[in-house]
Design a binder for this molecule. Structure first.
Ligand code: GLY
Ligand code: MN
Ligand code: MN
Length: 436
């Protein structure tokens, strides 16, 4: 992503923060995996969104109207030994030269410099409660300024949660963001197609997972957006199953929920298909119902429609279908009111998607479901999960878990499916799987 994109975001943030105020945001930290080994570093999404700076031990400060520069980056100083062992890091000069900070200081000098920057500011915007160390440091810096009030300096009087303005910005995707999301979607979609092509009874779930990750990395996307779910048979009824260790059985379905990340932007796709390449009759009936529920939900995706409508449409289709297949008994209205469908469809229709797989942004405004607007990206992912021990339904349905999930961009006219290249119609899936 170009620096100009980050600059545009900082400008927008500065306008919301306003003159006389200050905003702070810290980077993610390294975390130990075991002894001398760290987990792979993943930058904090909010921090990256504003800076494009991909190192730990950094703090960005935004001071609208500051004459000596509005954007200050605290980071690690360049260290030759560190560069030799761990590779490039930008240092103070890189922070200004490559990342366009107006000023940069060593992160080790934070306690000396930050109180001076906070002096005489009215409000401090920061990600409240997100990083205990920053929370505590901020209170210490403010107390330090207070202790000097006799010299005339004034400590900030208001702490404001930065999330409110920042997450509203992140909810609307720019052209540059959509380019990365399309790439994440395309590579992830192709990996799902590959999984359908290689899947055979007798393989292990982790072998299918390996196939997908191989495809992600071959295409330059080295991180998964979330742990992949590869769930054969009744494992699919565990919503966040990630053991991926069972042997695939002919006659079962395989549910795969997997997506790659492209330069910090996620894809989130689920497909469910028969391990043998052919759906059984009961599998077909439940699968078609989930597909119909997704179509009903998608019909509600356009600007001006409340977010909740897609969920309600999926609930109605699923409840109706469960009655006609005999899994639920009773009157449609009452079953919906009593939420009887939740025995088999216990999650909501989807979530915002962006830098985080469950992305930021409010779902309600003033306690009302917010209206969809062009530029928002969300998932639409109805599912049906019939517990293996569910005595209230015929045996033929038990242990079947199905979810179909696509990534959807709200457009001025309606919507665009970013992940449409993975088949999901029954005939399409069977044809693809027979073709090998
Ligand atoms: N992959 C997590 C989800 O679908 O929400
Ligand atoms: Mn999802
Ligand atoms: Mn998913």
């Amino acid at each position: 992503m170009k620096q100009s994109e980050f600059k545009k975001r900082r400008k927008q943030l500065m306008q919301s923060v306003g003159k006389g105020n200050i905003a702070l945001i810290g980077s993610a930290s390294m975390h130990t995996r075991n002894r001398d080994v760290d987990f792979p570093f993943r930058q904090d999404s909010d921090f990256y969104y504003l800076t494009g700076f991909n190192e730990p031990d950094a703090l960005a400060v935004f001071i609208p109207g500051r004459e000596k520069g509005e954007y200050i980056l605290f980071c690690r100083e360049f260290d030759e030994k560190k560069a030799l062992w761990e590779g490039a890091h930008s240092g103070l000069e890189g922070a200004t030269a490559h990342y366009e900070a107006d000023d940069s200081f060593p992160i080790d000098d934070l306690d000396d410099i930050l109180p001076g920057l906070l002096e005489n500011k009215t409000k401090v915007f920061y990600p409240m409660g997100h990083d205990l160390e920053l929370d505590n440091s901020l209170l210490e810096w403010i107390n330090h300024i207070r202790s000097q009030s006799r010299s005339g300096v004034v400590a900030p009087a208001e702490l404001v949660c930065l999330d409110v303005i920042l997450h509203e910005m992140r909810l609307f995707k720019s052209a540059a963001e959509l380019k990365l999301m399309r790439r994440a979607a395309e590579v992830s979609a192709n990996a799902h197609v590959k999984a359908m092509q290689v899947c055979k009874a007798g393989m292990y779930e982790y072998q299918i997972e390996a196939e997908m990750i191989y495809h992600f990395i071959q295409n330059g996307l080295r991180a998964v957006a979330y742990p992949s779910i590869v769930a054969g048979g009744k494992n699919a009824c565990t919503l966040h199953y990630t053991e991926n260790a069972s042997k695939l059985k002919s006659g079962d379905l395989l549910l795969i929920d997997a997506g790659a990340e492209c330069d910090h932007y996620a894809a989130d796709i689920t497909r469910t298909f028969p391990i043998s390449g052919r759906f059984s009759e009961p599998q077909k009936q439940l699968y078609q119902l989930v597909l119909d529920a997704q179509a009903a939900a998608l019909e509600q995706i356009k600007p001006g429609v409340p977010w909740n409508m897609a969920h309600e449409a999926s609930v109605e289709t699923i409840t109706k279908g469960l009655v006609s297949l005999g899994l639920l008994k009773g009157k449609l209205k009452k079953l919906i009111k009593d939420e009887k469908y939740k025995l088999f469809y216990m999650h909501r229709i989807g979530h915002w998607l962006g830098m985080d797989v469950h992305d930021v942004g409010n779902y309600k405004i003033d306690q009302e479901w917010r209206l969809l607007e062009a530029g928002m990206v969300l998932t639409v992912e109805p599912g049906l999960y019939i517990p293996a021990d569910c005595k209230s339904v015929d045996e033929k349905w038990r242990g079947i878990g199905i979810r179909i999930e696509d990534d959807i961009l709200v457009t001025a006219q309606g919507y665009e499916v970013l992940t449409s290249s993975v088949p999901k119609e029954i005939a399409e899936i069977e044809a693809l799987m027979q073709a090998i």
